[in-house]
Design a protein around this ligand. Structure first.
Ligand SMILES: *Cc1c(COP(=O)(O)O)cnc(C)c1O
Length: 430
């Protein structure tokens, strides 16, 4: 199968091309030319997660990977569970945070790392990325120890929590981390300057590994299938009529993957895209006007995005009829409601964090009692320890992934916010 550029449709590349390139010409996103369809969904749902994921992904990648190669990649990448936990009779959370960095980004980053390894051969690749927390950890762990791939992660010095910093700066080996004397936007500007520098780009084989990479989205399709498979196993065929997913959304990659799953024939009735105060999409769906406001900082900071970079893919699916145009609604949840919802969930016996709480609240607003609502748990509550503890007034324990790295040494180098310094560093160490 080919993937085409949504902006310049004549640009078509294979899966490996889309993974290596990331973005197409004119910043266009790659999109699959067809969506594979499954007739016998129940048979697919009966398979174990890895086997089913190979079936789900095979036709997207068959030009570049054999089934055996894909099986090896998927087995290695998805070595932790996605798990449905019931909240009450009509609501459940899909916990996606049991991977090495305790966030759902592990699924996409681990799959992408293994695909890129398969496609880059002997050629050295440098992943350069800026992070304010979660992405850096997922990318660092996903690529750690992978041959021929060098990872350089920049972050704003002193502006992320110590625990967050320890999660990606203590690995060593092929993972290099730079604490920049500046803020997150400065780090992002340095990444952009590097990608604009053709000579640098060619010399060190730059790639960004960010969430617009199609491989990350394809990986995420698999846990929607897994969620429905678990509900089917628990509740039988009747479960398949009424499932609504509420997706806590920032760049809308997670929602995009869900829409792919629906288009492939997975029985999902509809989606709710839950946002925090950064409400460009809910306002757009209501008024038809795309008018991003200044991004505001919230507790659910991984969703502090006002110009979501995956939206063109969602828009394309809705407008071209790949999915029904009214299968997506969107709700914005404010800070007070988020905290009240964390408290309400704790009373039901479930400790959550702000992103999941936003998604649960959106279900309460938008889903009926006849519908079975699944909200996505995108991060472990311990990753948001401070706000969870202050909201709930109770201490929460650290899982072993966080406890272990807390005692390790930070290996970062410090750098001024200066592109010539970064450029020299990247070339010297190559
Ligand atoms: C990245 C992230 C999100 C947002 O996901 P998108 O795919 O960008 O919409 C939500 N929650 C957490 C914890 C995240 O890290």
């Amino acid at each position: 199968m080919k993937f085409y550029n949504l902006k310049e449709n004549e640009e078509q590349v294979s899966f490996s091309g889309a993974v290596k390139q990331g973005l197409g010409r004119n910043q266009g996103l790659f999109f699959p030319e067809t969506i594979p369809q499954f007739e016998n969904i129940e048979k697919l749902l009966a398979l174990p997660m890895v086997e089913r994921s190979v079936e789900v992904l095979h036709s997207f990648v068959s030009e570049d990977l054999t089934k055996a190669q894909l099986t090896e990649i998927v087995t290695d990448a998805f070595n932790f569970p996605a798990q449905i936990q019931p909240i009450n009779e009509k609501r459940a959370i899909l916990e996606l945070f049991h991977g090495p960095t305790l966030a759902f980004k592990d699924f996409g980053a681990r799959f992408m790392a293994r695909c890129l390894q398969a496609f880059s051969g002997d050629k050295m690749v440098t992943i350069l990325t800026a992070t304010s927390g979660d992405t850096g950890a997922a990318v660092a762990h996903a690529f750690h120890g992978i041959e021929n791939i060098r990872v350089v992660i920049m972050y704003p010095k002193g502006k992320i929590s110590l625990l967050q910093e320890k999660m990606f700066t203590t690995l060593g080996g092929n993972i290099e981390t730079i604490a920049i004397d500046g803020d997150f936007d400065d780090c992002q500007a340095l990444v952009k300057q590097s990608f604009d520098d053709q000579e640098l780009k060619d010399t060190i084989g730059l790639n960004s590994a960010n969430s617009i990479n199609i491989s990350r989205l394809l990986a995420q399709i698999c846990y929607y299938f897994e969620a429905v498979a678990q509900l089917y196993r628990q509740q039988g065929k009747a479960a398949l009529d009424n499932i609504v997913f509420s997706v806590p959304s920032g760049n809308f990659g997670n929602l995009t993957a869900g829409l792919f799953a629906k288009a492939m024939g997975l029985p999902i009735k509809r989606f709710i895209a839950a946002t925090n105060a950064n409400d460009t999409v809910p306002r757009y769906l209501q008024t038809g006007e795309w008018s991003p406001n200044q991004t505001v900082a919230t507790m659910s900071n991984a969703m502090d995005v006002s110009n979501p970079n995956n939206w063109p893919r969602v828009e394309h699916m809705l407008k071209s009829g790949i999915v029904d145009k009214d299968c997506v609604s969107s709700v914005s949840i404010d800070e007070e409601q988020t905290q009240m919802t964390m408290i309400a969930l704790a009373k039901l016996g479930y400790i959550s964090e702000p992103h999941a709480a936003v998604a649960y609240k959106a279900l309460q607003y938008n889903a009926s009692d006849e519908e079975f609502g699944v909200f996505l748990g995108t991060a472990h509550p311990a990753k948001f320890k401070e706000v969870v503890e202050s909201t709930l007034g109770q201490p929460i324990g650290l899982p072993k992934e966080l406890a272990e790295c807390a005692t390790e040494t930070i290996l970062s180098v410090d750098q001024n916010n200066d592109f010539t310094v970064l450029r020299k560093y990247l070339l010297e160490k190559a």
